[in-house]
Design a protein around this ligand. Sequence first.
Ligand code: 5AD
Ligand code: SF4
Length: 455
Amino acid sequence: MAKKLFIKTYGCQMNVYDSARMVDVLQPLGYAPAESPEGADMVILNTCHIREKAAEKVYSELGRLRRLKNEKESAGDGRMTIAVAGCVAQAEGEEILARAPYVDMVFGPQTYHRLPEMVAQASRAGGAVLDVEFPVEAKFDHLPDHQGPQTTSAFLSIQEGCDRFCTFCVVPYTRGAEFSRDAASIEAEARKLVAAGTREITLLGQNVNAWHGQGTGGSEWRFGRLIRHLAEIDGLDRIRYTTSHPRDMDDELIAAHGAVDKLMPYLHLPVQSGSDRILAAMNRQHTADDYLRVVDKLRTARPDLALSSDFIVGFPGETDADFAATLGLINAVGFAGAYSFKYSARPGTPAATMEGQVSETVGNDRLASLQQLLGEHEAAFHHTKLRAEFPVLFEKKGRKPGQVTGRSPWMQAIVVEAPETLIGQVANCRIVEVGAHSLHGEVLTGDIRTEKACA
Ligand code: 5AD
Ligand code: SF4
């Protein structure tokens, strides 16, 4: 009988991708995914270290798992292997084993292709396994093919790590230096996904638009060239990518937004702050104006492009005027969506010891007004799509019987009354109602599988 594997994933999409690949690595060892940790033979927490709250969750979850592990063992039901993976594992390896000695394996994002060896080692009793190296061999060369269930929309990791060193961010320490996979291996993975039924691929990287690597002909490519190449795959309808840095938005990539129909007109381009002083303290290496210029160029290339961003409020030294500049930038750009966070000091990062740490109350107030403004912009964007007609990629059944849901080119959730046969297809729709969390549409007949936005 298959051994039960439960993986709990925290944080970013890269972790979602990594968790799926861990399933692929463990499948040949007889593990099959389970819905819950109760009674599981192996539980992996794939963790996130980006903010304090995310990291803390790991220890409270470990306490719960310890009870389940004891229950399973005292019921004579065999052993539960507990593993901590991801960025908390990378950053706090030894500390996890000291605080939670019942943990059997701790491994970082760069070593999960070695899971079979770790599992063997852990089963030979005699202490926990710790593997938080940055190995010389490339993880991607050692991962097996995708085994997981086919999905209409899939993630594909093409770049990892970051060399930008924003002063608030742990990523350069937990994920290491920038690494780009070569184009041929990315294309091969994309083709396999498409052959299995995937219609949309989101290319992932911590700083994905810094991707540069060996092209299929041997010459060096930049990211725009890679996108054009992947767009030639028949059966692939949509391409997206995340997350990007404004400084790596080069002209070739901007031109691809105008030239490649399959590249969706929705771009997550974090700016973090609208104040030049704070941007400099964050080591973002661009000004607010530089960001606005990139946005202008993108919109010239692709007029229907919508943008989303990440924001941090309460960065050390942020004054009311700095915060007002952020609100000003939001009004200048008009974001269709955003993630916003209160600054969280991360051990080992330069900003953690900067002067002028902002109080909780001020941080909370700023976050609330920022989110209020961003919410207004998001709602306004959704309303621009009322009565518009555009292609929707349908992904799954809706909440109510008879409904199916999909995504607009701009990532909006679209609900229509239609047969389930639409799942996995692109169909032109007209929006008839704009709700708080989704848009309601009707399918226009005769237009299935064309991908031309006409909103
Ligand atoms: N505090 C708050 N937010 C952070 N982010 C990254 N590091 C921190 C931190 N120390 C946010 C940034 C980034 C997103 C993934 O998380 O906005 O773009
Ligand atoms: Fe972190 Fe992104 Fe800055 Fe890299 S570019 S250091 S991942 S915030």
